[in-house]
Design a protein around this ligand. Structure first.
Ligand code: NAI
Length: 720
């Protein structure tokens, strides 16, 4: 809806968008704007117009929920055009935000006044789209091609101050935006609208080196977008603005949008948008959920162990404004303190704020954590060590302190059982580097109480993380699914692939990093230690012996063998690739590794073949997805969105492919099932390839859309 009022003796019409919470441009709002603008233009008393949004928010953009159905109501393009073409000056009074269609609406107005706290942007690209209500044509005319390209291809939001500097707004005010806008409207009342204020009639300021600029933007996008098509379409639309008359540019904008609107990528990105919100509304199998479980306030926290993870966690907590007690062994304490200090200082420099050094207090003594509200343990991944620590923490900490572990996959319930407060024990599984990565898995055990989960989820949110609540099982969600994926990658090497081939296929798909480069980065010794602890590794590999099947399961000792040689990845300068010495970052093919693979295959009589890229994709991803279905079946994740958010925000899955479960739904569940059946037939000794019963059931139910899976899962659970 849009409300129409007249002020200043009826000479200024004020149109107020009304659609809580962000005044999105639903069909009703668009109709309201069309009607009220028409009224203002035809009312002879009205000399100028102000458009604003109710409750301090100008407009959050299109109503994404409407994208799914058929379009109804007036279209944005003619609506905005009518405002711009009208002969009465129109002022946009921007408070809160002007995003997407909201900013396009403001660009159709003749003047823009923004509150200093407002943010502006065209985030369409993040939803797989482009600003197709004239935004791609008007913005370059207003602020020039380079700045428009940057904003439109990244979807970045700018502050009011930056918007003023760029020339997006005419004025920034500190208070009472509407009053200032009305006053301004009065000052231009009755004046004819200067042609220059109608952006569509302005020539686009074309830079002398337009071709080079566009080429540079294309290269940047190719490097960073990992196969996403919307940023490319955005560049093409801006190019049209710079090279064609407005009407032809609009035609081009429309054509490009048509290629994106119903694309799989746009659907995937819009799914991610909603998934990110859905995961915040967590629910435990007990029925406890986000809405009824209250978090307890966390003002002071502790981090135990300042290694790779603890350092990042301490930094992230301090940057959130939380006091931190950081505990590390005496030997490591000074070095850890120096590193945390450096990290805080670098972060502060980047953000242009003071480093919160005073918020972190260091101690080698566990007693220093007695009065904190929450502890995050991040010592070595060693169950005995962690069990002892939880016992001590339970004795040292005041009653009510939440005890959290950053374990990558150990049993949270076993740790809980070492304390006198098992209901206050949860996993807070951060990802490296913890002050940068967006994901947090919050792991509840069978005895964790809802308010403990709520507290960890809320803390994660305060720290700017996408927090996903998951159940307790080895590896939780992310690492549990990674296991079959890594396993398949190793099998593929045995069968004739190279790390380069596998990584290339996965990276071309859009993964941030191929599986072998990722393993080299995180350190091969970590998984090796865990496999040794679990008794998975063998007593060396005797030449000619069929070591490959252990207890009926195929097992690849390749990773163990390269660890035995001391090749742990980047940290030792060698792993699946060769690096420039220890700590080197650039992966190079290693002929020694290739020789090692050939010798291994020969020793074990493995017949090699040329591996098709499609097989790499299917075997790596479909086993990972299959495990995702098992996780849903087991109730470890509440729904596919939880799994997908974990993979997109923590494991480098390309957002424009929606996450593994969404990807499966796009490929078609029947096709995934058929390929898994095929590979399981060929590799009967690989249990991960056996299709999960949930996948079978979904296919038997006609492969419903992903939004309907939860109903089928519920049915499955009620039968158990
Ligand atoms: P790390 O080996 O880098 O650091 C562990 C730190 O704990 C060391 O500085 C050590 O001196 C300290 N420490 C050991 N015993 C201690 C004690 N009793 N009191 C105080 N400090 C003690 O290990 P990292 O990689 O930081 O891993 C820590 C935990 O985080 C593990 O449980 C790991 O599984 C988990 N994790 C690791 C990830 C990674 O990418 N490295 C990702 C997510 C979780």
């Amino acid at each position: 809806m849009a409300q129409y009022t007249r002020v200043s003796s009826g000479t200024v019409a004020v149109i107020t968008l009304q659609n809580p919470p962000v005044n999105a441009l639903s069909a009703a709002v668009r109709q309201g704007i069309v009607d009220t603008v028409q009224r203002a233009l035809s009312d002879s008393n009205v000399k100028s117009v102000v458009i604003c949004g109710k409750n301090g928010k100008f407009c959050g953009g299109a109503d994404i929920k409407e994208f799914a159905g058929p379009m109804s109501g007036p279209e944005l393009v003619p609506m905005i055009h009518a405002i711009e073409a009208g002969d009465k000056p129109v002022v946009a009074a921007i408070e809160g935000m002007a995003f997407g269609g909201g900013l396009e609406l403001a660009l159709g107005c003749h003047y823009r006044i923004a509150h200093s706290k407002a943010r502006l942007g065209l985030p369409e690209v993040t939803l797989g789209l482009l600003p197709a209500a004239g935004g791609s044509q008007r913005l370059p005319r207003l602020i020039g091609v380079p700045a428009a390209l940057e904003l439109i291809t990244t979807g970045r939001h700018v502050t009011a101050a930056e918007a003023l500097k760029l020339g997006i707004v005419d004025q920034v005010v500190d208070e009472n935006t509407l009053q200032v806008a009305v006053k301004f409207a009065l000052s231009v009342a009755g004046k004819s609208v200067d042609g220059h204020r109608r952006l569509s009639t302005r020539p686009c300021p074309a830079p002398p080196d337009l071709d080079a600029l566009i080429e540079g933007a294309m290269q940047r996008v190719h490097r960073s977008s990992r196969g996403a098509v919307a940023p490319i379409a955005c560049i093409q639309a801006v190019t049209a603005a710079a090279t064609l008359p407005y009407s032809e540019g609009m035609e081009r904008e429309r054509e490009l949008m048509a290629t994106l609107f119903n694309s799989d990528q746009a659907r995937a990105l819009q799914y991610c948008f909603f998934a990110q919100r859905t995961v915040g509304r967590w629910r435990m199998p007990s029925g406890a959920h986000w809405d009824t479980s209250k978090p307890v306030p966390v003002r002071k926290a502790a981090v135990i162990g300042l290694g790779t993870m603890g350092r990042g966690i301490a930094v992230a907590l301090a940057q959130t404004g939380i006091s931190v007690v950081a505990v590390e062994t005496q030997q490591q304490l000074a070095e850890a303190k120096q590193t945390v200090t450096d990290m805080l200082e670098r972060g502060a420099q980047r953000r242009g704020v003071a480093a919160p050094l005073d918020l972190v207090q260091y101690s080698p003594d566990l007693k220093a954590v007695a009065d904190v509200d929450l502890v995050i343990e991040a010592v070595f991944e060693d169950m005995t060590l962690k069990e002892k620590l939880f016992q001590q923490l339970s004795a040292v900490c005041k009653p009510g302190t939440l005890l959290c572990t950053n374990t990558s996959g150990l049993d949270v319930d076993r740790l809980a059982s070492r304390t006198s407060r098992p209901e206050l024990v949860v996993g807070m599984h951060f990802f490296a580097p913890a002050h940068v990565m967006k994901l947090l898995e919050v792991v509840y055990g069978p005895r964790s109480c809802p308010s403990a989960v709520a507290t960890a989820m809320h803390l994660g949110k305060r720290m700017g993380k996408v927090s996903v609540a998951v159940g307790n099982c080895p590896g939780f969600v992310g690492n549990r699914m990674l296991k079959p994926y890594l396993e398949q990658a190793n099998f593929l090497l045995e069968e004739g692939a190279t790390p380069e081939l596998v990584d290339q296929v996965l990276e071309e798909f859009g993964m941030a990093m191929g599986v072998f480069r990722m393993s080299d980065l995180s350190g091969l010794d970590v998984g090796w230690r865990i496999r040794k602890q679990d008794g998975q590794t063998g007593p060396g590999v005797a030449p000619g012996q069929p070591m490959r099947v252990r207890q009926g399961r195929r097992y690849s000792p390749l990773a163990d063998l390269i660890c035995e040689q001391g090749w742990f990845g980047q940290k030792t300068g060698r792993g699946w690739y060769d690096y420039d010495g220890p700590g080197g970052r650039t992966a190079r093919s290693d002929p020694r590794l290739h020789r090692f693979l050939e010798e291994y295959r020969a020793q074990h009589g493995l017949v090699t073949r040329s591996i098709d890229p499609q097989e790499v994709l299917e075997r790596c991803f479909y086993t990972l997805i299959n495990e995702g279905f098992r996780i849903l079946e087991d109730g470890i994740a509440a729904g596919p969105e939880d799994i997908d958010a974990i993979y997109v925000f923590g494991y480098g899955w390309p957002r424009h492919r929606g996450g593994p479960m969404f990807y499966a739904s796009m490929v078609g569940l029947a096709a995934v099932l058929e390929r898994l059946e095929h590979y399981h037939q060929v590799h009967q000794d690989v249990p991960y390839l056996e299709p999960s019963s949930l996948l079978r059931r979904l296919v038997a139910n006609g492969s419903p859309p992903i939004q309907k899976w939860k109903e089928i899962i519920k049915g499955l659970h009620s039968q158990l």
